[in-house]
Design a protein around this ligand. Structure first.
Ligand code: NAD
Length: 316
């Protein structure tokens, strides 16, 4: 049986998913939709798929088994809604939206429909994240430092507040997601941020937050998009007798035996797509971030971004 998948959005991340999906035996990317018809055509051609200018036509024409929604944060909602109405399993790229109400309303409808979902928090599939989790089970984290110090991506929507929700919602959300896995839920905190004439668009170009977790652990999370290239992206953890530094590529462990570096052994993008396809086929249940679970991370990111813009308390 062939698993037929449709992609909504034909940009960078859709291309990554297309390549990972076509590498899975029995998967066919049947169609790609993007209002930029040239992009849809180029990406569709890579997989011998049909190109559509509107996701509605993709859904109407192709008999799909699942839909990937890979649009910019501001464009979420309608395609997900149509998939929910059709009972179509959904893979949605993070962040769920620029705001909270759009994602909350979709989460309620997804739960109501009992729909299989997965969200692109791909760090969850890092084997190094699992190693970190195992080590922290013995010595729970007391402190976490998250940093996303990077350049601003060049896509037109990214530096607009109404396009991306800002860097905290769009990128630092990965850090919050990892922190939730390794440290637990956040109770509250404080955040501040600002923008300067050198910053791109109308978003905050620096943001920092001090958060308190239910466990009593504390965390600080900072992001900036003012740099010429990525400088520091990852999560550092302090536990009794144990230090960890997790990036997308490796985990550095410091303990009584010294320091050792563990390189990741999996491609987390490929792993998340394999897990989703297996779940769609009823052959596996290793989806690690459902829409409802992703909403918890999104709620935290939006709360931090909102507090940072107002210079105040993180309200959860
Ligand atoms: N998981 C990750 O690490 C990761 C990495 C990169 C991007 N992303 C996420 O993926 C999303 C897209 O990012 P990107 O880098 O691919 O952006 P992009 O700008 O390269 O591509 C987005 C595409 O969506 C199209 N689009 C806009 N509105 C649409 C609509 N209503 N229907 C169909 N297509 C529409 C645009 O024309 C564009 O071609 C963002 O939310 C981003 O955060 C996630």
């Amino acid at each position: 049986m062939t698993t037929r998948i449709g992609l909504v959005g034909a940009g960078f991340i859709a291309g990554r998913h297309l390549d990972a999906l076509t590498a899975i035996e029995g998967v066919r990317v049947a169609g790609v939709a993007d209002p930029r018809a040239d992009r849809a055509e180029v990406l569709a051609a890579r997989a011998g798929a049909a190109a559509y200018a509107h996701w509605q036509d993709l859904l109407d024409v192709e008999r799909l088994d699942a839909l990937y929604v890979c649009v910019p944060p501001h464009a979420h909602g309608e395609a997900e809604s149509a998939a929910i109405e059709r009972g179509l399993p959904l893979f949605v790229e993070k962040p769920l939206a620029t705001d909270l109400p759009t994602a909350e309303a979709l989460a309620d409808r997804i739960d109501g429909a009992g729909l299989l979902t997965s969200v692109g928090y791909h760090w969850r599939y890092l084997d190094t994240l699992e190693t970190a989790r195992e080590l922290l089970a013995e010595a729970p984290a007391r402190m976490v430092l998250g940093a996303w110090l990077d350049k601003a991506p060049r896509v037109d929507w990214w530096a607009r507040q109404d396009g991306s929700g800002g860097q905290t919602v769009e990128q630092a959300t990965h850090l919050f997601d990892v922190a939730r896995v390794l440290v637990g839920e956040v109770e509250g905190g404080w955040a501040t941020g600002s923008r300067s004439a050198q910053g791109p668009g109308d978003i905050l170009d620096v943001c920092t937050a001090a958060l308190r977790f239910s466990s009593g652990a504390v965390g600080s999370f900072s992001n900036s998009c003012l740099l010429p290239r990525a400088q520091r992206i990852g999560v550092e953890l302090v536990a009794p007798g144990l230090g960890l530094w997790l990036t997308e590529h490796q985990l550095v462990v410091t303990d009584a035996d010294g320091e050792r570096t563990v390189h990741r052994g999996v491609d987390p993008f490929a792993a998340e797509d394999r897990a989703f396809v297996a779940a769609v086929r009823g052959e596996g249940d290793d989806v690690r971030t459902s829409y409802r679970e992703a909403l918890r991370t999104h709620r935290l990111a939006v709360a931090v971004a909102t507090a940072a813009a107002g210079g105040g308390t993180v309200q959860l």
